[in-house]
Design a protein around this ligand. Sequence first.
Ligand code: CS2
Ligand code: MG
Length: 402
Amino acid sequence: MKITAIKVIVCSPGRNFVTAKVETDAGAHGVGDGTLNGRELAVAAYLRDHVVPCLIGRDPRRIEDIWHYLYRGAYWRRGPVTMAAIAAIDVALWDIKAKLAGMPLYQLLGGRSRDRVLVYAHGHGADIDEAVDDALRLRERGYRAIRGQCGIPGLARTYGVPVDGKDYEPADAPLPAEHAWNTGRYLEHVPKLFERLRSGLGPEVALLHDVHHRLTPNEAAQLGRALEPFRLFWMEDPAPAENQAAFRRIREMTTTPIAVGEVFNSIHDCHQLIAEQLIDYVRANIGHSGGITHMRRIAHLAELHHVRTGFHGATDLSPVTMGAALHFDLWVPNFGIQEHMPHSAETDVVFPHAYRFADGYMTPGEAPGHGVDIDESLAAKFPYRRAYLPVNRLEDGTLWHW
Ligand code: CS2
Ligand code: MG
């Protein structure tokens, strides 16, 4: 059996996506997601120029060998562009293998460990009242886990809070917009939001919050302590994690659970965080961390140290990553939760998929493979547009973490 062609498709049905479609002489094709928000064309070029020519004629069933061929063979290991490109190929190959076996992917991984996948939704508002109303609406729609974000008085824009009826975090500016950040105001306000969310939603709803890397370890420890009375499911990305040992400070000071890892692309980015049990949830995901083959290693390492998965599932990961993630979530023994941020209607039609949401949970469907495809002719109607997320500056002009 041979790989006969690999198409690299870049489209923008609401936001940009990079998709690899691997074709074989056995009839079955597979689809993988290589989207890297704001750097999409770098992954597309990496795939087209450096990966596709090396794979034509190879046996698509040799997933492990192809993974190492692309990882070790590049000589230049790791990095978000390389690992997103490897993920796109890896997920497409798992899709093919499961289709050839006539099984949904979760069966090939080892079968179901659970019946359905708990997901969390994004609740937000310009102020606390709006955020609480939004969370109550999500609860009515069935969600049992809700992330809370709200505007901070004195700051024109805050991460996770959409304005002007736009989609959340649109990444729509042809050059990055600049926002202002003030840590003191943020630390003062967020505990008030969670006091209201906990009293408004009751004790059962799981509450989450994303700090988006903006605090120092000591400030993160302060926030974690202030949030303890509201029993969060997790506090996400409380500080930048390039320095993994820095999380010891946060860990020692607070019992609020910690989730980190949406910007990670390799097991080495989280090895110390996991091995020292400095976090509770690892957010590395299939699309950015080398596909199913590599994510399986991260999950197994995490299992040894009581760390559970909490896949990043923002809409800058395509429905292909969502489909593959839900199969993985249904199987992986140390599953924690899955982020669910519904895609736009245009994205959903370009990527027909078998997964479904009901009653606060998702299921990947029973279609052979990962159950997500791309409609190429429809995708061609949505050409790439350059689009960036914003950056942050402190009020004195210093560039900060966004
Ligand atoms: C976020 C992401 O979903 C999340 O938790 O942190 O929306 C993140 O900002 C984007 O994926 C960046 O591309
Ligand atoms: Mg996040």
